[in-house]
Write a protein that binds this ligand. Structure first.
Ligand SMILES: C[S@@+](CC[C@H](N)C(=O)[O-])C[C@H]1O[C@@H](n2cnc3c(N)ncnc32)[C@H](O)[C@@H]1O
Length: 274
């Protein structure tokens, strides 16, 4: 395991506790089991861009405890594969899928996305990745792998909450990176990396508003349950999360760190060699 990705592993251990479920309901209104900035409303709209059908094979990279992946499988009736480096995420994802009666529609893999993907070329019709690429050391190489595992014409939708669109201090960058290795990129970086990997860009959308809404909701709900959270995870962890959420909110309000959504299509015949 990438040692820098452990921040999530600890957090996911309590992910389905009644307290965390309660906090997510208060924070998001509609809790789909996400641990990202995606809202249910936004995901419903974005899924339509992937043009999925019940026969589709969908891969979710950095799936976390599989809230968004099971949500999409439930909406479309397709088959889903999830991959995440966190052991706790995969365990929570399996339990979550089983509780929704979706165990037969999902396959989960604990793996490091900094390595080559263990899937055959053309194995998927669509790939999504919600707020995970900023943790990758070389996203260009991962994009090439995504192009390889997609069938020609397959679609790739991802969100990146780390696009630098204004001045950020070292203190803010440090607080924003509590989950481990985090790479912030300038505007245009993802677009170029997609093109080089063999994708045709279809759409780019600023979804910073979702990050702001979710972070503000999470902060308010956490503060309302402060005593229980401190008892569950300790005071130091509570304060780290609090300053993280405050920084996310501040950066989003100032428009200095943006969350962008990218939709791209794999060009037929442009599959790079493994
Ligand atoms: C912000 S969470 C998003 C989880 C999920 N996509 C969601 O929307 O709920 C980012 C996820 O990326 C995963 N991740 C970070 N680095 C990774 C890596 N090198 N390989 C695989 N997964 C990684 C983390 O474990 C975490 O679950």
């Amino acid at each position: 395991m990438d040692p820098d990705a452990r921040g999530y592993d600890d957090f996911y251990r309590h992910f389905d506790s009644p307290l965390m479920q309660q906090i997510r309901r208060e924070a998001y209104g509609e809790d789909i089991g996400q641990h990202s900035w995606v809202t249910a409303e936004e995901l419903r709209a974005d899924v339509s861009l992937l043009e999925l059908s019940p026969s589709s094979r969908l891969l979710d990279l950095g799936c976390g405890p599989c809230g968004p992946l099971t949500f999409v499988i439930g909406l479309v009736g397709c088959q889903g594969t999830g991959a995440d480096v966190s052991r706790s995420a995969i365990a929570a994802g399996r339990a979550h899928a089983a509780s929704l009666g979706l165990a037969g529609s999902i396959a989960l893999h604990q793996l490091d996305l900094n390595e080559l993907l263990p899937f055959a070329s053309g194995a998927f019709d669509a790939v999504m990745s919600l707020d995970a690429v900023l943790h990758l050391r070389d996203r260009s190489s991962t994009f090439r792998e995504v192009a390889r595992v997609l069938a020609p014409g397959g679609r790739f939708l991802f969100t990146d909450a780390g696009v630098i669109t204004g001045p950020i201090s070292n203190v803010e960058a440090q607080s924003r990176a509590i989950h481990g290795y985090t790479q912030f990129v300038p505007p245009g970086f993802n677009e170029r990396a997609l093109e080089v990997a063999g994708f045709r860009l279809q759409k780019v959308e600023d979804q910073t508003a979702s990050a702001l809404k979710n972070a503000a909701g999470r902060l308010a709900a956490s503060l309302a349950h402060r005593a229980e959270l401190v008892a569950l995870e300790g005071a130091a962890s509570f304060e780290r999360q609090r300053s993280y959420l405050e920084v996310v909110i501040g950066l989003a309000r100032r428009g200095t760190l943006s969350r962008m959504m990218y939709l791209a299509e794999a060009e037929a015949g442009a599959r790079p060699p493994r």
